[in-house]
Design a binder for this molecule. Structure first.
Ligand code: KO2
Ligand code: CA
Ligand code: CA
Ligand code: CA
Length: 269
């Protein structure tokens, strides 16, 4: 944005210093712009527990034999495309290459075309604390410091950073309502939390919009390790245990259909 004085939202080609070329979406307007899409977490089959498409947890089943699952949070494997970021998982070279200070997150209903993401998203927020300065400048490095692996620590002592957020679409109350009433009673909205750990020592990557205050973090935190001991493999998968008391029911621990059927898009700035 600074180098070419561009100010339009849309798809751009970027290149890493070592020559990897990739196309991604840039948000050039929200809160001053300059946001680069680096990843999306999409649940293609909530009933498939660590099966095909669960790239941000495990596509190799859920068991103690694959404690780190596919390892996507802290490796350089890339997949998907920006155009399809609401229809499948997406991870580009910017995820591990860009040096950033903050993140923005959009929850966009599945299967939306790029042109309508901004309009259809029902939750959008960003951080302003420059927290990535303390974590290596991006999430690839943050998750090397806080591995998303079964049995690396316990709850709550070894939970990663909870960073306050500024809302661009939605608010604390609408965020909380996306999760089940038991989650609302056991979390504080207005944060993004990294590397949560649950009662059974399973690790999760991101709790979007909340800071858990109990250890049943599998009902709001997504992206995970390869082993979730509680009633295994029921909590294993990209959207973890968001369906614990029924798919999309929004009762007890279950999340709403709205957040279950939307991709989480992750941006850096
Ligand atoms: C509950 O009452 C329950 O939920 C537990 C889960 C939630 O993630 O671990 C257990 O299933 C337990 O048996 C019981 O059903 O306990 C804080 C305790 C809640 O919802
Ligand atoms: Ca799944
Ligand atoms: Ca997925
Ligand atoms: Ca639990």
């Amino acid at each position: 944005m600074e180098k070419y004085k561009t100010s339009e939202d849309g798809l751009y080609f970027l290149s890493t210093p070592s020559g990897v070329v990739y196309q991604t979406y840039c948000d050039m307007t929200t809160a001053g712009g300059g946001w680069t899409l680096v990843a999306s977490v999409h649940e293609n089959n909530m009933h498939g527990k660590c099966t095909t498409g669960d790239r941000w947890s495990s596509q190799q089943g859920g068991s103690a034999n694959v404690p780190g699952g596919d390892g996507s949070w802290s490796n350089t494997v890339t997949f998907g495309s920006a155009e399809a970021a609401t229809s499948d998982d997406y991870k580009n070279a910017g995820y591990y290459d860009l040096e950033a200070k903050n993140v923005a997150v959009w929850h966009v209903p599945n299967d939306n075309r790029v042109e309508s993401w901004k309009q259809t998203s029902f939750l959008r927020y960003h951080t302003e604390t420059n927290f990535l300065n303390q974590s290596g400048g991006n999430l690839y490095h943050l998750f090397k410091l806080f591995p998303v692996t079964y049995n690396v620590g316990s709850c709550p002592a070894n939970t990663g950073p909870s960073v306050p957020i500024v809302y661009d679409v939605g608010n604390a109350e609408s965020t909380h309502n996306l999760y089940g009433p038991n989650v609302r009673a056991n979390s504080e909205p207005g944060f993004i939390t990294f590397r949560a750990i649950n009662s059974e020592k399973a690790a999760m990557a991101i709790c979007s919009g909340v800071k858990p205050t109990d250890c049943n973090t599998e009902h709001s935190c997504i992206g995970g390790s390869g082993h979730f001991p509680e009633d295994s493999p029921r909590q294993c998968g990209d959207f973890t245990g968001l369906d614990w008391n029924g798919y999309g029911t929004n009762i007890h621990w279950s999340a709403s259909k709205q957040i279950t059927e939307a991709a989480m898009l992750i941006f850096y700035r």
